[in-house]
Design a protein around this ligand. Structure first.
Ligand SMILES: NC(=O)c1ccc[n+]([C@@H]2O[C@H](COP(=O)([O-])OP(=O)(O)OC[C@H]3O[C@@H](n4cnc5c(N)ncnc54)[C@H](OP(=O)(O)O)[C@@H]3O)[C@@H](O)[C@H]2O)c1
Length: 153
């Protein structure tokens, strides 16, 4: 009886170890090659630089921001600088401070290709003393930088 219980115990422990190791493996992305990276605030600065690097590493990217003209320019710059196929870049107009806008943007992009990495980079800064910054600017900064809207329904 003791032998049977020991064997079952050992088998369960083995299964648990296999589960732990395989789960860890699934969570780590070893390469960006062929992965789909969705980047908010990617028409300039850090977001654009991140998109460039992801393309150089073989990824598909969705670049997202509010201004469509800036996004189009960014696509041209990415193609020129990385020499990648334009088909690897998707442009998505969206405002991260509006729940419906960013939610539908992510869902649309997911239809193009399932998203492997979502980089929430978009952000704004407004300088000045707290009591001197207009309330509209404070609201816009909080809505853009701090509210974590659920983008999944
Ligand atoms: N640069 C730094 O030294 C530094 C230091 C610390 C932290 N950060 C943070 O890093 C992030 C990127 O900074 P950055 O210097 O690269 O900024 P950036 O060059 O000003 O670019 C900001 C990007 O975010 C987009 N954006 C702004 N508001 C948005 C909104 N409501 N919805 C969607 N997109 C929006 C802008 O495009 P549209 O205007 O067309 O939407 C643009 O593509 C920010 O969160 C910033 O606070 C930067």
């Amino acid at each position: 009886m003791a032998v049977i219980v020991t064997c079952i115990g050992a088998a369960l422990a083995g299964l648990l170890l296999v589960r732990i190791f395989s789960a860890k493996k699934n969570r780590v992305i070893m390469t960006l090659d062929q992965k789909h990276i969705f980047i908010t605030g990617a028409s300039s600065g850090i977001g654009l630089a991140t998109a460039k690097q992801a393309l150089l590493e073989g990824a598909f990217v969705t670049i997202s921001a509010r201004n469509p003209a800036k996004l189009s320019q960014a696509v041209d710059e990415l193609v020129k600088d990385t020499n990648c196929n334009k088909e690897k870049i998707r442009l998505q107009v969206a405002d991260v401070s509006h729940r419906e806008s960013i939610t539908s943007a992510v869902q649309e992009s997911f239809k193009w290709k399932p998203i492997d990495v979502l980089i929430c980079n978009a952000g704004v800064t407004r300088g000045g003393y707290f009591d001197e910054v207009p309330i509209e600017d404070q609201e816009m900064t909080v809505n853009t930088n701090l509210l974590v809207y659920a983008v999944w329904k």
